[in-house]
Every structure is written in C-alpha cells, then in structure tokens.
Design a protein around this ligand. Structure first.
Ligand code: AHR
Length: 509
C-alpha cells in the first residue's frame, strides 16, 4: 500500500513536471473572420535626428549615395522587401510645430525653422510634402500625415488636405500643380495632432475632444481621421474621446506606449543587465493589457468596432549612444529589441479586430529603428528581421490562439514566456509566429491546429549567442534569420523546441 502511494506520488510529480515543462498552444482554425490589417506593420518617420536628413534623405545632389530624388535607393529596396504598408510623418512632437506650406515650392526659397523638440537644430524644410508623398509612392507605402493642431490653425490643416487630395480646381490644388504635381496623392490616414496631452499642447481630454471635432469638421469627409490618443495607461483619455466625439467623426483613436524601464533611468541600448532586460520586457508585455483595456472602453461606445485603435508609436526607448546628440535619440538595436517586436506584433495580431493601424518608432536611426545608417553604409537591425519574418501575417486571416506556457521568472517577478499568433493567408498557407522571451530556458511547445491537417512545416529563426548581440557596420549580418529545423508536424499537431530569446515563424501546408 505504502509502495503504491509512493508510486502514484512519483507519477503525479513526474506528470505535473512534464506539464510544467511544456507549452501548449491551441489554434482555432475554424474561426477566422478577422483580417490582420497590413497597417499593423506600419512605420514612423519624424524630423528627428537622422531619421529624415542623413537617413531617408541625402538630397538629390549626393554623388556618393545612389538615390532617387534624394531618397536613398538602398533604403527604398530594404523597406519594399519589408512590405512597409504605411509611413507616418512628419512627427511626433515635430508635427505640432510644422507648417507644411514652408515645405513646398522651390527649395531655395523655403524658410528655415528651429526644431525645438529635437536638438534645437535648424530645419531647412528641404524635405517637404512632395518629397514625402513621392517617397511613399516609391516605397509602395500609404502615407499617414500627422496634422499640426498644437501651433497650427484649422485653415492650415484644411488647406493641406485640399493641397494633397483635391482633384478639381481650387487655390490649393492649383498651387500643387504649379509645384509640379498634377494628380492628387489621395492621402487616407490623417492624424489630428499628436500627443495633445503633452508636446501637442498639454491639453485636457475634454478640451482636445472639442478641438478635434472642430478640426475634423473642416478637414472634410472621406478620410481616416485619427484622434491623438492616450499616453499608455491613461484610460480616462480614451473614455473621454470615445464619449465626447461622435463616432461618424472618428476613424481611429491613437495610443502611445514605449517599452522603457524608467523615464529617468532608461539604461543602455546594448550593454544591459538581465534585470534591465526583464524590466524592458515587462513594459513590452504590458501592451497586451493596454490593448485589452483601451479596447474594452472603445467597445462600450462602439460595439461594432468601427473606430480603430491606432498604436501609432511603440518600441523600445533607451539612453542614446555615447557621443551622439541627446536630442537625436540614436540607439543600437539588439536581440532584446527583436523580443519587443515579436511580442508586440503578436499582441497586435491577436487583437486585430480593434488594432488596425500601428507604427513602430522610428524607421531609421531613431529609437527602435529597423535601419541604421553611417554615411554611405546601411545596416538592418534585428527588429527589421522580425518585421520581415512577420510580414506573412499582413492581410491574412487571424486564427485565434490559446496559450498555456511557463513563466520567465526573475527574482520574485515573472512574465509569460511564450507569445504567439497565427494566421492563414489568401493562398491557403498557415503561419504561426512564436517568441520565447526567457533569457535562459528553451521551451518545448506543442501546437494543436484544431481540425487542420498539415503535411509540411518549414520556417526561420532569429536568435543569437547573447541577448546583447547586435549588427554593426563592421559586422552587418551577425544577426539574421536562418532556416529553422526544430519543428515537426503530424496531422494537426506541431512540436517545436524554441531556444531562449528567439523568434520563429513557421509555415504549414
Ligand atoms: O518618437 C519620439 C517622440 O515620442 C515623438 O515625437 C512623440 O510623439 C513621443 O513622445
């Protein structure tokens, strides 16, 4: 009897041990009514540091860097490969200081201004509306223009809409034609100010809601107008906008959330400790709760989910690299950033019914960039590679996932270790993106694709020897995705062994 009890106890411990060591993901393949908008994979280009000048734009007189109308060809190629769906411009905080009329017409006649938020540098307005919108055409990306509400006027923003979108005869469309562009660009995405609670004017949400209504009225219909949204967990902001702005005037409500350890002690971008890694990931994983809570507020006022949650600034934010201008926000990009990107994009995919536009901050040389440049050199960051691996989800049908996973434990704190999302594309291929954020432990994962039958699995992995690893101008390909052989499939079940701090995207057919 004693022996039997001992045996049963051992079996229980063994079984529970096994269960504990195993991550189970079940994928609902029959409920695929939500499409993952490609615009979740959007980017952001502000007049900040070397994002535009010395990043995208080298000027059409550059002899050393091949370019098209001043925009670097290597950057165009890399972003097209990424399938960049939209690009937000000209800010950020800069947007509420920007007067678009100073950035059109002959370049030698454009007035200068001071970029008061970002380093106090002189902006010569050489990269303006035509440059940006033509660049979007080269990239195959939809433009997302952020209008100046903080220091502009209603007339100025209404004129901008007319200048870029009006096909008939009008003062603004005539001026556009004089400046060399016959046909309108038909810009759909319009931000009505940026961070109205902060650099956009330090407004209260009640006041901003009224301001928004006024601007939206004179901008006209047929646009996707996006209200300046909450700072992270400011739920009162979302509640106020949703209750005070009529739904027919709202295309989207924004949300900004950065993965930051502590705004006063952000820590280094590359030489970080495990504690700093954990704290960053805690902030990144918090996006899940933010999206759920802001969406729940939106559901109260908009149960049919007409209004999109637009996460138009997200990403990791660290101390600037030594020796660089503190106002330029230039930081390196490691496997930690790959983890942030992998987790965040899985969160957005899984909430694609409400999150329909998002913009990583920022595209080139600023914050969690996908590209870094140094004169004629250019490198792709680990974040670039994650976005490229994940682009299979763009416009695919979301397959809802349920995840039971271990925790990534550090001291007394813990985080969900494995994050995933799945989709089925228009050609019938199923994809699942998996992230293991644990810095030390690999994860054995069993994925059950409820009702599906697969014959083959293939995939790629992004990982490295150390979390702090990154690409440099000397070693540009230290980190890049490689073929992944750690998955096998039998019918509807896929078994995967996911190494520590890795991102894997699998294709099943
Ligand atoms: O992305 C950098 C800045 O962060 C943006 O200009 C602003 O909107 C946010 O505070």
């Amino acid at each position: 009897m004693k022996f039997l009890r001992l045996l049963l106890g051992t079996c229980f411990l063994f079984t529970s041990g096994l269960l504990f060591a195993q991550t189970n993901i079940s994928v609902n393949t029959s409920n695929s009514s939500t499409v993952i908008s490609k615009h979740i994979y959007g980017h952001f280009a502000e007049h900040l540091g070397h994002c535009i000048y010395g990043g995208f734009y080298v000027g059409d007189t550059s002899k050393t860097i091949p370019n098209t109308n001043g925009v670097r060809n290597d950057i165009i190629d890399a972003l097209r490969k990424l399938k960049i769906p939209n690009l937000r411009w000209p800010g950020g905080c800069f947007a509420d200081t920007y007067h678009w009329k100073d950035g059109v017409g002959p370049k030698n006649k454009r007035p200068e201004m001071v970029n008061k938020w970002w380093g106090g540098v002189t902006e010569d307005n050489s990269f303006g509306t035509h440059d940006f919108l033509n660049m979007c055409e080269l990239l195959g990306a939809e433009p997302y223009l952020a209008g100046n509400v903080g220091s502009g006027t209603v007339q100025e923003l209404a004129d901008w809409v007319q200048y870029v979108n009006f096909d008939g005869k009008s003062p603004m469309s005539d001026w556009r034609k004089q400046n060399g562009r016959e046909k309108p660009w038909n810009v759909k995405f319009w931000g009505v100010g940026n961070e109205a609670w902060g650099c956009g004017g330090n407004m209260r949400p009640e006041y901003y809601a009224d301001i928004y209504r006024k601007y939206a009225t004179f901008m006209g219909g047929g646009l996707m107008q996006i209200a300046s949204g909450a700072n992270s967990a400011d739920y009162h902001w979302t509640e106020t906008l949703m209750s005070q702005i009529p739904l027919h005037m709202l295309g989207g409500v924004a949300l900004h959330h950065y993965s930051v350890i502590d705004w006063n002690h952000k820590g280094p971008a590359t030489d970080f400790s495990e504690q700093q890694y954990f704290a960053t990931m805690k902030s990144a994983c918090f996006m899940d709760s933010l999206v759920i809570k802001h969406s729940a507020i939106m559901d109260k006022y908009d149960p049919k989910k007409k209004v999109a949650l637009v996460v138009d600034e997200w990403g990791g934010w660290y101390d600037v690299e030594a020796g660089t201008n503190p106002g330029f926000l230039y930081q390196q990009n490691t496997m930690r950033d790959a983890m942030i990107a992998g987790v965040t994009l899985n969160i957005f995919n899984n909430h694609a019914d409400r999150v329909r536009v998002a913009n990583l901050a920022q595209c080139i040389n600023v914050l969690q960039a996908v590209i870094l440049t140094d004169k004629e050199k250019m490198i792709l960051t680990p974040t670039y590679h994650v976005l490229e691996m994940y682009n299979v989800h763009q416009n695919a049908k979301l397959l809802p996932v349920t995840i039971k996973t271990n925790d990534y434990v550090l001291g007394n704190d813990k985080l969900q270790a494995v994050w995933a999302s799945a989709s089925k594309d228009s050609l019938g291929a199923t994809h699942i993106s998996l992230v293991n954020i644990d810095s030390k432990k690999s994860q054995d994962i069993t994925v059950n694709f409820d009702g599906a039958q697969f014959k083959t699995v293939s995939g790629r992995i992004l990982t490295s020897a150390k979390l702090t690893d990154h690409n440099t101008f000397e070693q540009p390909d230290k980190l890049k995705p490689i073929a992944f052989n750690g998955a096998n499939v039998k019918g509807s079940t896929v078994n995967v062994k996911l190494p520590p701090f890795s991102v894997v995207v699998l294709e099943l057919k």
